[in-house]
Design a protein around this ligand. Structure first.
Ligand code: NAD
Ligand code: UDP
Length: 315
């Protein structure tokens, strides 16, 4: 195992950096690739003295060849609605050219491949909870389409490399995940609420707060995708925490954990914001023996120190 080299794209991001930590702890050699579009070197700083970790600053949309690798985890992509709206064309590029380039590397070196797909493939779902067999309700031309359609194209590309070239591919549909290293300024609901609460500013609820999300703690998510990478499963698998919260309830949890007395400020609901989202995790349970262990309250408590530090750094 120690001699196996794993390529992680998006390594300087939230999930990528946690994945690198877990793979290094298991004894692998890890090559992290990132163009720092939304990620930060600070997320990898603690690995700078680890001889089994190497970092390459690289846009995966441009052809690159890092030499032989045994496995590719493709996590590179802007991920928050604020980031992918700001970086719309780049998001389309990384979810098309970037995915094809990394699939080509896996084919060339006979490496396994896991692609980080998303619950956004289901769009604003009419089927609830979302099962992997549901094809989704996606607006192909709306503001979220740069992300949703790039991710759906990527899924098609991954399945094609499996079908046409026999690449050992895996597709994970990730549901909202949070924890330390979630970018403090990328506009996602947990980071916004935590930072606002700790600063004593109003928590910004978009719409009336009745829309739902299901929040997965980062260590559970990484455990799920590592298990999937070692499985024989090639069809998409949902990984997420099936406990569903309204955004208003989520705000209350954040206030309780931070002990903040912040008020609530209601803002306009962004266009095409999904009204509900909850994973059916039956496939992950039966195929991978996986289920999440950490519920929202505990996960927020575990993230508190990180967000406190973020607030003091930006104060
Ligand atoms: P993130 O923004 O923290 O990390 C993404 C990383 O990809 C960043 O470091 C960024 O610089 C890098 N990147 C972007 N474009 C690149 C390019 N062209 N070349 C090289 N690197 C590039 O986001 P995250 O939350 O860690 O998300 C990681 C992956 O998981 C993404 O593919 C995202 O779509 C997927 N995902 C995340 C969630 C979640 O809740 N966190 C949910 C669903 C899917
Ligand atoms: N949201 C909110 N206030 C914020 C940020 C987000 O009410 O400050 C809402 C957003 O409208 C959505 C949900 O929280 O309904 C989750 O948003 P996020 O950007 O985290 O991810 P999404 O699941 O929409 O991709």
């Amino acid at each position: 195992m120690g001699s196996q080299t794993i390529l992680v794209t998006g390594a300087a991001g939230f999930l990528g950096s946690h994945l690198c930590d877990v793979l290094l702890a298991e004894g692998y050699t890890v090559l992290g690739v990132d163009n720092l579009a939304t990620g930060k070197m600070a997320n990898l700083e603690h690995l700078s003295t680890d001889s089994r970790f190497r970092f390459m600053e690289q846009d995966i949309c441009l052809g690159f060849d890092p030499g032989k690798v045994d496995y590719v985890f493709n996590l590179a992509s802007p991920a928050s609605p604020v980031d992918y709206t700001r970086l719309g064309i780049e998001t389309l590029q990384v979810g098309s050219a970037g995915t094809l380039n990394t699939l080509e590397l896996a084919r060339k070196y006979g490496a396994g491949y896991l692609h980080a797909s998303t619950s956004e493939c289901y769009g604003d779902p009419e089927v609830h909870p979302q099962v992997e067999t549901y094809w989704g309700n996606v607006n192909p031309i709306g503001p979220r389409s740069v992300y949703d359609e790039a991710k759906r194209f990527s899924e098609a590309a991954v399945m094609a490399y499996h079908r046409y070239h026999g690449v050992n591919t895996h597709l994970v549909r990730i549901f909202n995940t949070y924890g330390p290293r979630l970018q403090a300024n990328d506009g996602r609901v947990i980071s916004n609420f935590m930072i606002q609460a700790l600063r004593g500013e109003p928590l910004t609820i978009y719409g009336d707060g009745s829309q739902t999300r299901s929040f997965c703690y980062v260590s559970d998510l990484i455990d799920g995708i590592v298990r999937l990478s070692r499985s024989e499963e090639h069809l998409p698998v949902n990984i997420g925490n099936p406990t569903e919260w309204t955004i208003a309830e989520c705000a209350k949890e954040v206030l309780a954990v931070t002990g903040s007395r912040s008020e609530i400020a209601y803002k306009a609901l962004p266009q095409d914001d999904p009204t509900r989202r909850r994973p059916d995790i039956t496939r992950a349970q039966t195929l991978l023996g996986w289920e999440p262990k950490i519920q929202l309250r505990e996960g927020l408590e575990r993230s508190l120190e990180y967000f406190r530090l973020s607030v003091s750094v930006t104060a």
